[in-house]
Design a protein around this ligand. Structure first.
Ligand code: NAD
Ligand code: 4PL
Length: 246
């Protein structure tokens, strides 16, 4: 079934954009959702907008202590059932401007954060004997080698590698680990960035023309974290209107 009734879920970076749409889709499917974001005010506003008992909390996904506490709180003396690692920075930066500071910030925020939350969440699931699931938001830029985001593309490749490895490590406990690779999406972050100028180009490559919306990703995520996808793990599902043909 695709119902998430009674499940406890955490979505990181969910104050806006794709994360917020995922939080809404999980809440509408019956999950109790914690919206975690470095922008705590935005997280609380998103929770109020979504309703269904969603809660917004402040948490920097790069900080081990903050993430561990956020997940302990969300678990309410048990374990969460669903972790969606969505928080990330979506930079637009010419290759000539990519320095070590940029590289390390993006690897930390977009890749190491996924390890930090997955380490804690899967440890808690195992301790509680819970067959939970982790869903990572990667990007089709890993396949396309999209320009002006070299550190980002590298981090997302790392996320896909980690998805495959973690699925193996925790499969014996019944914990599933999957990823999705959205194409360019008209999220809050993209609307206010130079990426918004790229829609014409990516639509030309898509089998189906159109601007990808956060909800297009959220629907697929809601399925992948449900029991309907119970025999899927270690997979990476591409969601980009056919821009990339795997
Ligand atoms: P967005 O910029 O609209 O939202 C990102 C959210 O993450 C923000 O609320 C921000 O506050 C939060 N965040 C950033 N750093 C954080 C940190 N250290 N700790 C906690 N929260 C933090 O982004 P979006 O476009 O909705 O992207 C969401 C996800 O989808 C990201 O993983 C992104 O890489 C991925 N993605 C986006 C696109 C796209 O075109 N928009 C395409 C493919 C993949
Ligand atoms: C194809 O993940 O996958 C722009 C910005 N274009 O963040 C992305 C493509 C962007 C992408 C992405």
């Amino acid at each position: 079934s695709t119902s998430l009734q009674g499940r406890k879920a955490v979505v990181t970076g969910a104050a806006q954009g794709i994360g917020k749409a995922i939080a809404r889709a999980l809440a509408e499917a019956g999950a109790k959702v914690v919206i975690s974001d470095i922008n705590g005010e935005g997280a609380k506003a998103a929770a109020a907008d979504i309703g269904h008992g969603a809660v917004g909390v402040t948490c920097d996904s790069t900080k081990v202590d903050q993430v561990n506490k956020m997940l302990e709180d969300a678990a309410e003396n048990g374990a969460i059932d669903i972790l969606v690692n969505n928080a990330s920075i979506v930079p637009y930066i010419a290759w000539d401007d990519v320095d070590i500071e940029h590289w390390q910030k993006i690897i930390d925020t977009n890749l190491t954060s996924v390890f930090i939350a997955s380490r804690k969440a899967t440890d808690m699931m195992r301790a509680a004997g819970r067959k939970g699931t982790v869903l990572n938001i990667a990007s089709n830029s890993f396949y396309a080698g999209t320009p002006n985001m070299s550190a980002y593309v590298s981090a997302k490749g790392g996320v896909i590698g980690f998805t495959r490895a973690l699925a193996t490590e925790v499969g014996k406990y019944g914990i599933r680990v999957n990823a999705v690779t959205p194409g360019l999406i008209d999220s809050d972050g993209v609307k206010g960035s130079p990426h918004a100028e790229s829609f014409g180009f990516v639509e030309m490559l898509q089998a189906m023309p159109g601007k990808g919306q956060p909800e297009d990703v959220a629907k697929v995520v809601a399925f992948l974290v449900s029991d309907g996808a119970g025999w899927m793990t270690g997979q990476c599902v591409n969601v980009d209107a056919g821009m990339i043909r795997l």
